[in-house]
Write a protein that binds this ligand. Structure first.
Ligand code: LLP
Length: 432
């Protein structure tokens, strides 16, 4: 199977983290997100170990919490001694409520309002990852007003195309994120930041894209960043304490996705980075990476119940479930591929071609096209979409006033509610 937390019993039942999904469906109802806490922790430890080996003891992975953000995730990150990447006051608030030490939070976003900046400073966010000149002036002004000194990293655009899908490529010069090296803006913002009051330049950041399987992408951006640092030293004498190489490692959604060792890739990046630093006679800065998807994606699946099965002779078949684009908009947005199975019919032949669709009032409400399911698929069957731990819960909406799904965590053979099921009262809580 696509991840080793999945297995099939001899009588054809899918187990996830060793658990039969029917038991969870009976206990909690469907539709629901199920997450494997042990897998999340394993991935945190994988990054911790590989990064320390590759970059030295002070290397720190930052969990990119946009991938999946709720209180329990931040508690797990705290216990795993991870830093976090946050992108909004909402994520900052959630982490704070969970008791996460915000001095280890790195605050991103290409457009932070004065209110956002003030809120983050009041919460004690350790680092701002500054996107542009306007922002660094605002951070300096507000830090002065608040009588504090704010540590910042500058987000630099290295000019690298990760060759994944356009919506997640961020390292190219024409990106809305960061200051580009090629246009001279990266050097300019560095000099201006060094001259500002109430901000301390801690280092540089780059991120080129998401769902990347090619180590070369990370190696090339590390190279470009070291060259940039050498240029900065030449022009200003400044040496960064920290270098953040961003996130982006890919995960397997379908069997045809490559089997890939993140650990090996990190070690390769480490070798290249050290070599480059030697070449330019630079000390190795403290290195960060910001994995989101690869920490949580295959730690999650979504469990639905099949409703209508519609056969349109000579055309196509539809299998409808009790969720859809409101809990997983990724097919509608990016045409993302997923593995879809009937967890109680894993040994049956899959020879029924269909589109798996949701319950929303929109033709684009598709979870997956060209799926092959057992021909016996019928109302009441369980249906699982695998690898939904990243960018599903965090991208869910209330479209059609469909309730958001709960998150059930599995840990060491036990299960517990991490996010409870919404009620109609929750839905109208803000309506006056
Ligand atoms: N750091 C920065 C600055 C980022 O912008 C991102 C993702 C990450 C780290 C984490 O990247 P990851 O390790 O998760 O690939 N909604 C899209 C993904 C958007 C990614 C945005 N930035 C999706 O569902 O595929």
């Amino acid at each position: 199977m696509i991840c080793n937390n999945l297995s099939v019993t001899p009588d054809g039942r899918l187990l996830f983290a060793g658990r039969d999904l029917r038991d969870l469906a009976d206990q909690y109802g469907t539709a629901l997100y199920v997450m494997d806490e042990d897998r999340i922790r394993l991935m945190c430890r994988t990054y911790q170990k590989a990064m320390k080996e590759a970059f030295g003891e002070n290397a720190l992975p930052l969990y990119a919490s946009k991938a999946c953000s709720f209180k329990q995730i931040y508690r797990i990150m705290k216990e795993e001694k991870m830093g976090i990447d946050v992108v909004s006051p909402g994520e900052i608030y959630t982490a704070k409520e969970a008791g996460f030490d915000l001095s280890l939070a790195y605050y991103h976003s290409n457009n932070k309002s004065d209110e956002d900046i003030r809120f983050a400073m009041e919460c004690g966010v350790g680092y701002f990852v500054v996107d542009n000149e306007e922002e660094v002036y605002a951070v300096s002004r507000i830090a002065w007003e608040m009588g504090l000194n704010q540590k910042v990293l500058l987000r630099i655009t290295p000019g690298i195309d990760p060759h994944t899908y356009e919506e997640v490529a961020t390292g190219k010069v024409d990106s809305k994120f960061g200051s580009a090296i090629e246009t001279g803006q990266a050097m300019e913002i560095t000099k201006k930041t060094l001259a500002l009051q109430n901000v301390t330049l801690a280092g540089f950041h780059c991120h080129v894209g998401s769902q990347v399987f090619d180590s070369d992408v990370f190696i090339r951006s590390a190279r470009v960043m070291v060259e940039f640092i050498a240029e900065v030293r030449k022009e200003t004498g400044y040496l960064p304490f920290e270098l953040d190489l961003g996130g982006g490692y890919g995960v397997r959604y379908v069997e045809t996705d490559p089997v890939y060792s993140i650990e090996e890739s990190i070690l390769e990046v480490g070798r290249e980075l050290k070599e480059m630093c030697r070449l330019y006679d630079l000390p190795l800065p403290q290195i960060h990476m910001e994995p989101g998807r690869s920490i949580v994606a295959d730690a999650g699946l979504t469990l639905y119940t099949v409703g209508t099965v519609k056969r349109i002779p000579g055309y196509k078949n539809y299998v409808s479930v009790n969720g859809g684009m409101s809990d997983n908009p990724r097919f509608a947005l990016y045409g993302s591929q997923y593995t879809v199975v009937l967890p109680e019919k894993m040994k049956e032949d899959c020879d029924f071609p269909c589109s798996v669709v949701g319950r929303c009032c929109e033709s684009g409400d598709i979870l997956q096209e060209n799926v092959q399911l057992p021909a016996s698929v019928t109302r009441g069957d369980l249906l699982a979409v695998l690898t939904t731990g990243a960018y599903n819960y965090s991208m869910a909406s209330h479209y059609n006033r469909v309730l958001k799904l709960p998150v059930i965590m599995l840990a060491a053979g036990k299960d517990y509610v991490a996010v409870r099921r919404e009620t109609f009262e929750d839905l109208t809580a803000c309506d006056l």
